[in-house]
Design a protein around this ligand. Sequence first.
Ligand code: MN
Length: 259
Amino acid sequence: MSILLVTNDDGVHAPGLQALAEALEDLGDAWIVAPEREQSACGHALTLHRPLRVERLGQRRVAVNGTPSDCVNLGVLGFLPERPVLVASGVNHGSNLGDDVTYSGTVSAAMEGTLLGVPSIAFSLADGGDFAAAARVARQVAMRVLVEGLPRKTLLNVNVPAGPARGIRVTRLGHRVYTEKIVEQTDPRGRTHYWIGAGEAEWEDLEGTDMGALHEGYVSVTPLHLDLTNHRALAQLADWPARLGPPARDPARARPPRG
Ligand code: MN
């Protein structure tokens, strides 16, 4: 049987990970390669400056002292008996919608799989939802991807609502409206510290978005493209070389910055 790589950012002991691996079990040999502890909001970080260690927890279940992207690298590039045919990340505890996908370790794991050329899907469940139900959705989506594949450099970001799902919608990413401010506080020793990300999310124009679908009780399936080049801007910036002139002559400035 083909190998399916199952990972997450909530850690190897998270219930969503177990539910996902079990739901995919009959589609292939589901291998869990997941961070030994929670890595939520770690983004696409890689561990390059210390060794990665792998602890065997079961026959096809291992914990890694690293990030979700580390786990995908290990799994795809040779740790598993064969190269996996699918990377499934999640099911995350909490949704990963709109602009927030850039912070998400769950989504980053699927990005890493995509960059390594393996069809990849990220699954997340809204707060208060049922992991078993989300895993059943995951199985359906995974089966479809295994049969049909995905477009080049494209992953799927799937979010499941908390209540019973009314169906599936294919969506675009929503956008957050940044109304929140930093929270400044003073500790008992009189020093100032700050909290970010403390406010409630506000969203612009929900029509057609992942957030909108979830709001109305649907599963959202958002195709994400990893070609980050803005091709329209490429044409708009075409005359910049002429406008900026030749590189600076000042030798101090001509030296490339270090680090
Ligand atoms: Mn998480």
